[in-house]
Design a protein around this ligand. Structure first.
Ligand SMILES: [Zn+2]
Length: 342
């Protein structure tokens, strides 16, 4: 079997209703991606399993080869991403600190962390702060969260700007414990991604190796070329399956910034897809480009519609539209995975 390269631009797809403003994929002219699409099979991939919320915790394991049957535990994925091991039998919850309207509120995270540590009681095993607005709680049962008013009051007391605004009472979001991605992979799969990312956690739980190039942050401005160099070295070394994850399109969409999302796609096209497509041709490798879900930059919300995707390589007949956009694939078959030709 030929070597395989899977590029996952996180949240790159968008809901398409048949009218309205063009999506990021439709309003950008990614030359390398278009060239791959003209030669490969362009179709839709169902990355969000029936009945699950769209998100990377479901879409990334599915693209790597394990399909969840229920909600995936964000807590366990994040614990793995941070190299933390939960005590045996513990339930793991991720807790986020957010504004009333759902935006992350990292400035309040330290206050929330201390309140949570005090309120989880003797049942709790451990509370761990992650970066930004995120925390992990390892315990025997679901944690009892502090009251929103207490969080606001303490925040104001500690001088956190806006914490005393009665129209923006902070809230804690609890991600329930759930399924753990199964270890169906081994070191023959190497995943290039940002350190401590959801992708890193999923890859480790599934048994793949992870590589984190310097400058890879998962945020807009991330060094995509560094990921391309890492993937090039891995493919030249004969690694059977290389996965490159880029988190920035999703982050730009959560920031409600369509322009930043288009710029991230242009950068992925120029600095990652162009050099890797040339290398894949040289090596006779198969290339797939598939987002893990959609994220609408107008609403900042995830979408679970099947995503436009392409697979190109030796023995794969050219099929489907010339370009990979939500509109162009609307009538194409829906397949179950990134490598399925359809
Ligand atoms: Zn997202």
């Amino acid at each position: 079997m030929s070597q395989r390269l899977l590029v996952i631009p996180d949240g790159l797809a968008e809901p398409w209703s048949g009218r309205g403003l063009p999506t990021t994929l439709a309003s950008t002219r990614p030359m390398a991606l278009d060239a791959i699409c003209r030669r490969g099979a362009v179709r839709r991939v169902a990355t969000t399993p029936e009945g699950l919320h769209p998100g990377s915790e479901a879409g990334l394991p599915l693209l790597l080869g394990w399909t969840p049957s229920g909600p995936v535990s964000r807590g366990r994925v994040d614990a793995a991403a941070h190299g933390l091991r939960e005590p045996p039998g513990a339930v793991v919850h991720r807790v986020d600190v957010r504004h009333d309207d759902g935006r992350p509120w990292p400035e309040l995270a330290e206050v929330a962390f201390r309140l949570l540590e005090g309120s989880v009681g003797e049942e709790a095993l451990h509370v761990q702060r992650l970066h930004g607005h995120r925390m992990l709680v390892f315990g025997h049962t679901e944690p009892v969260l502090p009251h929103r008013r207490d969080l606001a009051e303490w925040g104001a007391h500690e001088g956190v700007a806006g914490a005393d605004d009665p129209d923006d009472v902070p809230r804690l979001q609890l991600w329930p414990d759930g399924e753990t991605p199964m270890p169906v992979l081994d070191e023959k799969t190497v995943v290039v991604c940002a350190p401590r990312s959801t992708m890193a956690g999923v890859a480790r739980l599934m048994g793949a190796e992870t590589v984190h190039p310097r400058g890879a942050t998962g945020r807009p401005g991330t060094d995509v070329a560094a990921k391309a160099r890492a993937a090039t070295a891995l493919l030249r070394d004969g690694t059977p399956t290389v996965v490159v994850h880029v988190g920035s399109p999703d982050e730009a969409a959560h920031d409600h910034d369509p322009q930043a999302k288009r710029l991230e796609l242009q950068k992925i096209d120029r600095d990652l897809l162009a050099p890797l497509a040339a290398l894949a041709l040289d090596l006779g490798a198969t290339v797939a480009v598939c987002p893990d879900h959609g994220t609408d930059p107008r609403t900042g919300k995830h979408s679970g519609d099947p995503v436009p995707a392409v697979v190109w390589g030796p023995g794969i007949p050219r099929s489907g539209p010339d370009r990979m956009t939500e509109e162009s694939v609307a009538g194409e078959p829906v397949v179950a995975g990134a490598w399925d030709v359809g």
